[in-house]
Ligand binder design. Structure first.
Ligand code: SF4
Length: 188
């Protein structure tokens, strides 16, 4: 923090004295990404779908865990042409974050906390609950006696990182269960 404060103080003084700091900032950025691997991706936050370039260090070295060090807007992307909003600009902190969840969790009925479970347990429990809920609530005919074959007690909501292909499969599988409360966020 001290280093950062000192840097901000000295750059502030330099700016006050009339020096053009743009080349210095450009060089600092250049040094930061000079040895990185570039991966093109899509910002996961909203449906605008801005293109991003993710800079990673250590991809090609053995025994080194790749580390995302910088994320910036993709100047070649037709949607955002290099720009990002504040959420997209903070994407690196979303990727490299000790609070990021890396395994499934469940909060049992009546419990006041979340517990870690394995992927196999999560799949088993989801399948069991979906079947139980559908079996108990499936509606074959409506009040007028018309065949409807729908499941009104399960809903699906998709995330903004879901691809169109994934959403296609979601619609197919949910419709096959009779689920009618279905929402997703179409992406490229
Ligand atoms: S950068 Fe901002 S506007 Fe663009 S997709 Fe991400 S959240 Fe949406």
């Amino acid at each position: 923090m001290d280093t950062r404060r000192t840097f901000l103080k000295s750059t502030g003084i330099a700016a006050l004295l009339g020096f053009d700091l743009a080349p210095m900032y450009a060089q600092a950025r250049e040094l930061k990404i000079s040895r990185t691997t570039e991966t093109r991706s899509t910002c996961p936050y909203c449906s605008v779908s801005c293109g991003v370039i993710i800079h990673t260090l250590g991809d090609r070295a053995k025994n080194v865990t790749p580390q995302v060090v910088h994320v910036e807007g993709d100047p070649d992307h037709p949607i955002n042409r290099g720009t990002l909003c504040p959420k997209g600009s903070s994407l690196q902190q979303d990727i490299v974050n000790p609070r990021r969840l890396l395994k499934p969790q469940v909060r049992r009925p009546g419990s006041d906390h979340w517990e870690d479970i394995s992927w196999d347990t999560a799949y088993d429990e989801i399948a069991r609950w979906v079947k139980k809920t559908r079996d108990e609530s499936f509606v074959e005919k409506d009040a007028q006696g018309r065949t409807v074959n729908r499941c009104e007690s399960i809903a699906w909501t998709g995330g903004c990182t879901d691809t169109n292909e994934f959403n296609y499969l979601v619609v197919k599988s949910m419709r096959s269960l009779g689920v009618c409360y279905l929402e997703n966020q179409a992406r490229v």
